[in-house]
Design a binder for this molecule. Structure first.
Ligand SMILES: Nc1ncnc2c1ncn2[C@@H]1O[C@H](COP(=O)(O)OP(=O)(O)OP(=O)(O)O)[C@@H](O)[C@H]1O
Ligand SMILES: [Mg+2]
Length: 520
C-alpha cells in the first residue's frame, strides 16, 4: 500500500500544528511532516488546550495502518501550486484563507482537483455553509473544536479505502491491457449483431494484415474468405442461440495483398455489462505455415510412394526377366542333360538340380509379383485381389471368402488401382501377423458412385490405441494412400468381433480432375 498523501490548507498555524500533532501521535511517529519545524511550539500549545474534540487518537491509529504524509499550505495560491506539482489523496481545508474564503474555496479546489476528495475543516459551525460546501463538491464538513468522535479518522480511512480500491482496479486494468497488447494471439471484441470490431489487439491486426483503425471501421465478415463465410455465420448463430458454449473453427482470411491466411479461430460470448451490446471474444492463431507444412508432407509422402512403386516395379522386372530368365534356361538345360545322362548317381543329381531350379523360378516369380504384381497389369484390380487372396490362403491356411456384388469391379486409373491393391495387401499382411483369425471375409460392392471394399476378420481385433498410435506406420500409410485418391478409410476393431476395414473409393477421380483444373 502506498503512502496516503494529504494536503492541509489551513492559515492558522496553531490549528495546523494541532492537526499535525494529532496525526504524528496517531501514526506512532510514522508521518513525514512537511512542517516539522514547530513541533516544540505545538507541544506547548497542546499543553494549553483541550484536544479531545479534535481527534480521537485511538481511532485514528486504527485507521492509519498505513503511512500518511501531510503537506501544509497557508494560502489558496500555495495550495493550487502544490496540487499542480504533487498528487494528493485527500484535501483537508479551512474555509477562511487569506486569499480565498467561504464556498469559493471549495469551488476553486474542486475546479483544480476534481478527482481529489475534499473535507472541510472549518471553525464555523454553520449548517447552511456545510450544506453549500457539500453541494459544491466537498465530501465532509468538520467543525474544529466540535468534531464528533473519530470523524477525522473516518475521513482519512475512507480515503485510504478509496485509494486501495482505485489502485487495485488500476493494476488489474494495466495487467489486462498488457496481456491484450502483448498476447502472441490475435484477440478482438466483436459486436454479435453487427459483427463490427469493438476492440482489436496488435497481433490480430498483424495476422489479418490491417491496421487497428481500419478494422474498427469494418466487420469480421468483411475479411473472411467468401467460401468460409457461411460456416462462420452458422457457428455464430449456434453460439447466439446458446446451443454451444464456444466455437473453434479453421477458416481463411483474405489478406489485403490478395494472399490467403489460414487461421484457427476460437469464439466465446463476452459479457460487457451493457445490455445493448452483446459481444463475443474472438481469438485467432495464424496456422498458414502449419497448413503448408502438412500439405508439403502429403505431397512428399505421395512422391515417396510413387518413387517406391517405380523402384519396386523396376526391381521386380529385373528379377523376373533376368534372374527368372536365366533360371528358366538353366532348368531347360538341366532337363536336356538329365535325358542325356542316364547313369546314376549323375542322373539323380541332375534331376534334383532340375527340381531346385524349378523351385527357385517359383520363388523368383513370387518375389517379383510381390514387388509389383503384374497381375494388376495383366488381370486388373479384380485379378490382383484374387491373387492376393489365393496367396494368403495358401500361406496362412486360413479360409478367405470373397463376395462380389457386381459382375466386375469398375475400371479405375493405374495409380488408384495400385493404391487400392497396396491397402488390401497391408490389410492381409496385418491379419497374417497380428489378427490370429481363422476366417476372413471380403466384400466388394458398388454404391452411390463408389466402390466399397470391406475386409472382416474374426481375430483379436485392433484396438483404438493401436489405431491412433503415431508409430502404426502401416495404418498411417493406408490412410495416406486413401486420402491421396479421395477415398474414405474406416478401421474398427473389437475383441469379440475381430477387425473390419472399409475402403470407399469414388469411381470418378475427383482428385485427378481437380489437379487437371489447377494445371489448366
Ligand atoms: N487385423 C488386425 N487384428 C488385430 N490387430 C491388428 C490388426 N491390424 C493391425 N493390428 C494392430 O495394429 C498395429 C498397427 O498396425 P500397422 O500395420 O500400423 O503396424 P505393424 O503391422 O505392426 O507394422 P508395419 O509398419 O510393418 O505395418 C499392429 O502392430 C497390431 O497390433
Ligand atoms: Mg502392418
Amino acid at each position: 500500500m502506498n503512502t496516503i498523501h494529504i494536503l492541509l490548507i489551513e492559515d492558522s498555524e496553531t490549528d495546523a500544528i494541532l492537526v499535525k500533532h494529532e496525526l504524528l501521535q496517531a501514526m506512532d511517529n510514522q508521518v513525514t511532516l512537511a512542517h516539522t519545524k514547530r513541533i516544540s511550539e505545538a507541544l506547548e500549545l497542546i499543553q494549553q488546550q483541550s484536544f479531545d474534540s479534535i481527534l480521537v487518537k485511538h481511532e485514528l491509529l486504527q485507521a492509519m495502518g498505513n503511512q500518511v504524509t501531510l503537506v501544509h499550505a497557508n494560502r489558496m495560491s500555495e495550495a493550487l501550486e502544490l496540487i499542480q506539482q504533487q498528487s494528493f489523496d485527500l484535501i483537508l481545508s479551512d474555509l477562511g484563507l487569506p486569499d480565498c474564503s467561504g464556498i469559493e474555496t471549495i469551488n476553486r479546489l474542486h475546479k483544480n482537483a476534481a478527482s481529489i476528495p475534499i473535507t472541510v475543516l472549518s471553525s464555523r459551525n454553520d449548517e447552511k455553509l456545510a450544506l453549500q460546501a457539500i453541494k459544491a463538491g466537498a465530501q465532509d464538513y468538520l467543525v474544529k473544536g466540535a468534531l464528533t468522535e473519530g470523524a477525522l479518522a473516518r475521513v482519512i480511512q475512507y480515503s485510504i479505502e478509496r485509494k486501495r480500491t482505485e489502485e487495485r482496479a488500476k493494476k488489474a486494468q494495466q495487467r489486462f491491457q498488457t496481456i491484450f497488447e502483448k498476447a502472441p494471439l490475435g484477440i478482438a471484441l466483436i459486436n454479435f449483431r453487427t459483427g463490427k470490431f469493438l476492440d482489436v489487439n496488435p497481433m490480430y491486426a498483424s495476422i489479418v494484415g490491417r491496421t487497428i483503425d481500419e478494422l474498427i471501421q469494418i466487420s469480421q465478415a468483411n475479411i473472411i474468405h467468401p467460401e468460409d463465410l457461411e460456416v462462420y455465420l452458422q457457428s455464430m448463430a449456434l453460439l447466439d442461440n446458446h446451443k454451444i458454449p464456444s466455437s473453434k473453427i479453421t477458416k481463411r482470411i483474405l489478406h489485403p495483398n490478395g494472399s490467403i491466411i489460414w487461421i484457427e479461430m476460437s469464439v466465446v460470448p463476452f459479457d460487457t455489462g451493457e445490455d445493448a451490446e452483446v459481444c463475443y471474444l474472438c481469438m485467432i492463431k495464424d496456422i498458414s505455415d502449419h497448413r503448408q507444412m502438412i500439405a508439403n508432407l502429403h505431397d512428399l509422402t505421395e512422391h515417396l510412394q510413387n518413387i517406391r512403386e517405380e523402384e519396386q516395379t523396376r526391381i521386380g522386372r529385373e528379377i523376373h526377366d533376368v534372374i527368372g530368365g536365366t533360371l528358366t534356361v538353366l532348368k531347360m538345360d538341366l532337363d536336356w542333360l538329365s535325358k542325356k545322362v542316364t547313369a546314376n548317381p549323375m542322373h539323380e543329381r541332375i534331376k534334383s538340380l532340375y527340381q531346385l531350379t524349378g523351385e527357385a523360378i517359383e520363388t523368383t516369380r513370387r518375389v517379383s509379383t510381390n514387388l509389383r504384381p503384374n497381375v494388376l497389369d495383366n488381370l486388373g484390380l479384380h485379378g490382383g485381389i484374387e491373387w492376393l487372396i489365393r496367396e494368403f490362403e495358401q500361406r496362412m491356411n486360413i479360409e478367405c471368402h470373397l463376395t462380389l456384388s457386381v459382375p466386375n469391379i469398375p475400371e479405375l486409373d493405374k495409380n488408384r488401382e495400385t493404391a487400392i491393391f497396396r491397402i488390401i495387401q497391408e490389410v492381409f499382411t496385418n491379419i497374417t501377423r497380428h489378427a490370429q483369425a481363422t476366417i476372413v471375409k471380403m466384400y466388394i460392392e458398388e454404391k452411390d458412385h463408389h466402390i466399397l471394399f470391406k475386409i472382416k476378420d474374426n481375430g483379436i481385433g485392433i484396438t483404438k490405441e493401436q489405431l491412433i498410435n503415431p508409430k502404426s506406420f502401416g495404418i498411417i500409410g493406408m490412410h495416406e494412400r486413401a486420402k491421396q485418391m479421395g477415398a474414405q478409410l474406416i478401421i474398427k476393431g473389437s475383441h469379440s468381433n475381430g477387425s473390419v476395414i472399409q475402403l470407399q473409393v469414388p469411381i470418378q477421380n475427383f482428385q485427378k480432375d481437380l489437379r487437371e483444373i489447377a494445371n489448366d
